[in-house]
Design a protein around this ligand. Structure first.
Ligand code: GLN
Length: 212
C-alpha cells in the first residue's frame, strides 16, 4: 500500500540544505521543517548531491563566503545554482546571491544567482536595525496579512536585470526579488514564526523534484 500511496501523490518532502558556516542557520532549519521540507545543515561539497534546494542564511556575507571558499562549497554551490537548483538567500544570503556587490570588501565574491546589484549594509549599522509590516507579491496577496519583515544591518537591492521580478519594496528600495527559482530577501523571515516565505520557497523546490 505504501507504494500505492506514493503513486497517488504522497506530498513531496524536498531535501533542503542550509549553508551553515556562520549565521542563523538553525532558525531556517526550523522554518523549513515546519513547511514540510527535509532540512539539514550544509557544510561539505559532497552534501550538495543529496539536495533539491539550498538556503543561504543571514549572518555576515564576507565570513560566510570566505568559509564556503575554504571548505570547498562556494564553487560547487555556484555551479548548482547556475544549473537551476532552487536557492533562497536572506540578508547576507541575498548579498551572496548578487551578481555584483557595492560597499562589499574588495576580496568578496558572489554567486550571481540573480542578475542584481546589492548594496551591503545599505540600511545602516546594527543600531539602525528595524522591523516593519510588508506586503510581498506572490507571498502575501494584496488582501491578506502583511508579514513582519526584520532588517538587521540589511542590504537593499539597487538594480535588477530584466529577468528578475521585484516582489517587495520598502521606502522605495527593492527588498525581495525572484529570478527563476532563486529568491532573495533583504530581511529575515526565519525569525518571526511566520513561515509564508519559507513555504513559498519549499513549494518551488517541491515542484522541481522529479516524480519518483
Ligand atoms: N551586513 C551583513 C553582511 O554584509 C548582513 C547582515 C545580516 O545578514 N543580517 O553580510
Amino acid at each position: 500500500m505504501a507504494g500505492k500511496a506514493a503513486q497517488l501523490g504522497t506530498p513531496v518532502r524536498p531535501r533542503v540544505g542550509v549553508l551553515a558556516f556562520q549565521g542563523d542557520a538553525h532558525a531556517h532549519l526550523a522554518a523549513l521543517s515546519a513547511c514540510g521540507a527535509q532540512a539539514c545543515l550544509l557544510r561539505r561539497p559532497d552534501e550538495l548531491d543529496q539536495l533539491d534546494g539550498v538556503v543561504i542564511p543571514g549572518g555576515e556575507s564576507t565570513t560566510i563566503g570566505a568559509l564556503a571558499q575554504t571548505f570547498g562549497v562556494f564553487d560547487p554551490l555556484r555551479e548548482r545554482i547556475s544549473a537551476g537548483m532552487p536557492v533562497f538567500g536572506s540578508c547576507a544570503g541575498a548579498i551572496l546571491l548578487a551578481s555584483r556587490i557595492t560597499d562589499g570588501r574588495p576580496d568578496q565574491h558572489c554567486m550571481a544567482g540573480i542578475d542584481m546589484v546589492v548594496r551591503r549594509n545599505a540600511f545602516g549599522r546594527q543600531v539602525n536595525s528595524f522591523e516593519t509590516w510588508l506586503h510581498v507579491a506572490e507571498i502575501t496577496e494584496p488582501d491578506s496579512e502583511p508579514l513582519l519583515a526584520v532588517f538587521i544591518r540589511a542590504p537593499w537591492i539597487e538594480h535588477v536585470g530584466a529577468d528578475a521580478r521585484v516582489l517587495a519594496r520598502y521606502d522605495g528600495k527593492i527588498v525581495a526579488v525572484r529570478q527563476g527559482d532563486v529568491l532573495a530577501t533583504a530581511f529575515h523571515p526565519e525569525i518571526t514564526g511566520d513561515h509564508r516565505v519559507h513555504q513559498y520557497f519549499v513549494d518551488i523546490v517541491a515542484s522541481r523534484v522529479p516524480a519518483a
